[in-house]
Design a protein around this ligand. Structure first.
Ligand code: GUN
Length: 292
């Protein structure tokens, strides 16, 4: 069997087309486009790529995007001052501080300094809390992207056994919370696996929907996947590849070539969850523009 591809690039394009009209309406109502400011500190190459992709997606759809690039030596006080200025700027609807941050800066302190009504990542504890109790203001971009990709490709989660590999604040934990809520794209029986899970393979094999968000290249192998399972790969890992011009290539958390012979549907890397994350960020930027 060869699995169907869950084409995040195509689904994200559809979402962006739907959003374009909404952005035009918003822009005429606000008499300015919705505005998103992305802050990047230092020169993490992966972060630079992500920020460039987010900026480009905003420009294409009519969201005013500003990227603030700060040097790696930036102090926490300096970054807090930047966040405070953006909080006070009425033309900035959304603020995104790209993670990870350099070691001298506390990520929780920065996240908590962002005005929750501008927190398009849905990282602020107030927004995480609202989401967790089923009253979301924003939904976190990557988890929402996973759910939306499943929904739009006809894979409901209701009543299903879903295993999430990884418990990060950005993906695994919020995704598990969302899938455990009531609703057609929730109502799942969720198992969350992590580094202390004694039998990861068994927990994965029981899944009808398996979501890999561990950040470990190819940690999900074919033996860990039940025949016919739907497999969503959130991993974007750089692995050395001397044969490639860049010296590396992207690998997901899933051994794609082997798992596609076992699963019924699978996301590619790249072109699966990544574009969906950006589509959800644009959705949140529009939402933020209606909040104040
Ligand atoms: N680093 C990796 N993913 C993300 C994300 O979705 N948002 C931010 N701000 N940083 C990230």
């Amino acid at each position: 069997m060869t699995a169907t591809l869950l084409d995040g690039t195509a689904v994200a394009r559809t979402i962006r087309e739907e959003l374009a009209g909404q952005i035009r309406d918003l822009s005429s109502r606000l008499k300015r486009p919705p505005g998103l400011t992305v802050v990047i500190v230092g020169e993490n190459p992966a972060s630079q790529v992500y920020v460039r992709m987010k900026h480009r997606a905003c420009q294409e759809i009519g969201v005013a995007s500003e990227v603030i690039t700060l040097p790696a030596e930036t102090s926490e006080t300096e970054l807090l001052a930047t966040v405070a200025r953006l909080n006070a700027d009425p033309c900035v609807d959304g603020i995104l501080v790209q993670l990870p941050l350099p070691r001298q800066i506390s990520e929780p302190r920065i996240i908590e300094a962002i005005d929750p009504s501008k927190d398009v990542d849905c990282f602020h504890p107030v927004n995480v809390g609202l989401m967790a109790v089923g009253q979301p203001r924003f939904l976190p971009c990557t988890p929402a992207g996973v759910v939306e990709l499943l929904r739009r490709t006809g894979h409901t989660t209701q009543g299903k056994r879903v295993t999430v590999v990884g418990r990060s604040n950005i993906v695994g934990r919020p995704l598990a919370i969302m899938l455990g809520h009531r609703g057609p794209m929730a109502d799942a029986t969720v198992t969350v696996c992590h580094t202390k899970t004694p039998d990861l393979a068994a927990a994965c094999r029981q899944a009808e929907i398996l979501i890999a968000a561990a950040g470990v290249p190819r940690c999900v192998t074919a033996e860990m996947v039940a025949p016919g399972a739907v497999v969503v790969d959130v991993g974007v890992n750089r692995v050395d590849d001397p044969a490639s011009e860049r010296g590396y290539r992207l690998a997901g958390d899933v051994d794609f070539d082997a798992v596609k012979e076992v699963a019924s549907a699978i996301t590619p890397v790249p072109g699966g969850v990544g574009p969906m994350t950006i589509a959800m960020l644009l959705t949140n930027a529009c939402k933020a523009a209606t909040l104040h």
